[in-house]
Design a protein around this ligand. Sequence first.
Ligand code: ZN
Length: 342
Amino acid sequence: MGFASLVGQPDLKVRLGSIFRSEPGHAYILSGPLGIGKSTFAQALAQALLCQDPTPDGGCGICDSCRHFSHQAHPDFRTLLLDPADKVIKVERVRQTIQADIALRPQFGRRKVYLVDADFLNEQGQNTLLKSLEEPPDFVTFILMASGIERLLPTVLSRLTVLTLHRYSDEEVIEILRRECQDSGQPVPDVQTLTFHARYANGVPGAAIKLISSPWFSELRRETIDFYHQLGSISRSQALTTGFGFFDANRARADVLLDILASLVRDQIVIAMTGDPSHLTNPDQLTRLAIPDEKKRQAAVPGLMRAAAAITAARRGLALNASFEGLACHLLLTLRKELIHA
Ligand SMILES: [Zn+2]
């Protein structure tokens, strides 16, 4: 897998290219949000480092090393990832996979690569890894991945060269989604659906891929859109009964429900203030979200702003484990009041 075949991240590709074409350093960390593609780029770098005859674009894809790599059976490529049964990577596994193995020469080529998911290393695990990071043999390269490098010990971080993955443009996420659907044999959705998912995922393709193939998500989105349009016209008691019932039924996915609501309010603010529909998260909802009457549109904006703030506050409360009932009822009454013109 060459770097050119991967979508986006032009700056990172230049840096990765210069790493494997020269004498690579001992330890790198790919940093970026969950779902941004750290593993994909880490694998491409590992393959390029191990390849017997790399091209300017990365692993050649045809040598014995690349063939072993693509069959996930390369003897000099070791991974230390989370065991699904655990919450963290156990220290014992750091010892077995890395400490006990690091001094052994490569079986196949000139180099050994360790891929480590640093998000799941606790302090003890990091300290155990540190011993290997401090003085690795010349033939070893570490590739770590982390969605929050600030959680790493300064002693560990100081040993690593940080390579950052940035959020993708809408067009890039759409291209990744298209390829993902084609590769997994799913029908490719229409452009409006792809655009919604790209914008909703805020430039993180992994998040978009997860939701585009989730039937519950499209159902929850449809219900939330209908609910949103009723909010300005229901009574106070309806908000606390029917409205609360809707929230309660989706309690387990309340964060997603709030994100969908926030995207609708934001879109309505954007159309009301700019009249420009080109950057909406929900482009398929333009007709329902636009407020044709000029006076109503102006009157609606302050309320929409307060509604957006209330959703942000509820989102924060949810993250802090505040009472669900309290949050939901307060939010429903606020939305009912503030969306009256919308
Ligand atoms: Zn190769």
